[in-house]
Design a protein around this ligand. Structure first.
Ligand code: NAP
Length: 321
């Protein structure tokens, strides 16, 4: 029997590669920190039955033109905005992702980023390390209260719901906005549905948890930021393009909002000269939402399982299209 050919676009866990190699001929871009060049991907995809890719790989119409044998694109992420799903569907290619296993780790990171930003923890640590700490002072590095404040979650899906549970433990009032109403979650989590405008006006912490789609592109721009309280904090661990970075820069610089915590950016990776890095009131992380060892292992397992199932003519665990 002819074994299916699979291409993996980055060095992933050995165990995952070994599992896939039992049934498939696997080739891999064997680099940990360098994305596969587009021309290498375009060349390799010609012969492949399966592609296991990351959110750093743009799988668009042009790449798929070469993919004449491809049956499955298994994305090592829950978000699939890096893939032209419509173009894949048109070619009969199944797109899969890795939701659920990363929900709690991403909610943890989101809440951690919220606390770090609210209580100025990075600035405080830098202050100490630079030898600037002279004395305890009533006004030194004062931040925003987290306990008992109001959280507004935009996008109450898996991660948004997990974030709400954490917020409840901190005695927070929880507002949410979603394209569809989640009445069961309202009952179970004691959360309140509001229009986006109300959420922006009333929340102390605005947390973005939607996918990145044409509808959510620049969902938060200058007009939306101007509705937020001057004491409010914006947290984005979803995708960069949901927030207009230029508008955010001005809101933070002019202090029309108090601070922001970002794990994602319009164009990743950002350079050390990125404009937002000039500002003291923003905490920026290199897209590490799901980056716990266990979670990343599980994501690899699910990505491999999705791939193996489709290549064995079975339904994958998680199908996007
Ligand atoms: P999910 O369960 O699909 O939840 C997304 C929620 O957003 C759904 O409730 C959806 O509403 C809502 N939504 C979609 N479009 C909307 C719009 N235009 N306006 C308002 N709400 C909208 O996804 P998830 O597993 O929670 O993941 C959410 C996103 O987080 C992913 O797509 C990914 O981009 C991001 N993420 C980032 C990291 C990281 O490393 N920083 C890690 C994991 C995930 P419906 O219920 O109506 O569909």
């Amino acid at each position: 029997m002819v074994r299916p050919k699979v291409y993996i676009t980055r060095k992933i866990q050995d165990e995952a590669v070994a599992r896939l190699s039992v049934t498939c001929d696997v080739s891999m871009w064997n680099e940990e920190n360098i994305p596969v060049p587009r021309e290498v991907l375009a060349e390799n995809i010609r012969e492949m039955d399966g592609l296991l890719c990351l959110l750093t790989d743009t799988i668009d119409e042009a790449i798929l033109t070469n993919a004449t044998k491809l049956k499955v694109i298994s994305n090592y992420a829950v978000g699939t905005n890096n893939i032209d799903t419509a173009a894949a569907t048109k070619r009969g290619i199944i797109v899969t992702n890795t939701p659920d296993v990363l929900t709690e780790a991403t909610a943890d990171l989101t809440f951690a980023l919220l606390m770090v930003t609210a209580r100025r923890i990075v600035e405080s640590s830098d202050h100490l390390r630079k030898g600037e700490w002279k004395t305890w002072s009533p006004l030194l590095l004062t931040g925003m209260d987290v306990y008992g404040s109001t959280m507004g979650i935009i996008g109450l899906g898996r991660i948004g719901g997990a974030l709400a549970k954490r917020a409840a433990g901190f005695g927070m009032k929880i507002l949410y906005h979603n394209r569809s109403r989640k009445t069961e979650a309202e009952r179970n989590l004691g959360i309140t549905y509001v229009e986006l405008e109300t959420l922006l006006k009333e929340s102390d912490f605005v947390c973005i948890m939607t996918p990145y789609t044409p509808e959510t592109h620049n969902l938060i721009g200058a007009a939306e930021l101007s509705l937020m309280k001057p004491t409010a904090v914006l947290i984005n661990t979803a995708r960069g393009g949901i927030v207009n970075e230029e508008a955010l820069y001005h809101a933070l610089k002019n202090r029309t909002i108090w601070a922001a915590g970002l794990d994602v950016f319009e164009k990743e990776p950002i350079s050390a000269s990125h404009k937002l890095l000039e500002l003291p009131n923003v905490v920026m992380l290199p897209h590490i939402g799901s980056a716990s060892i266990n979670t990343r292992n599980k994501m690899a397992e699910i990505a491999v399982e999705n791939m193996s199932r489709v290549l064995a003519n079975q339904p994958p665990l998680y199908q996007v299209n």
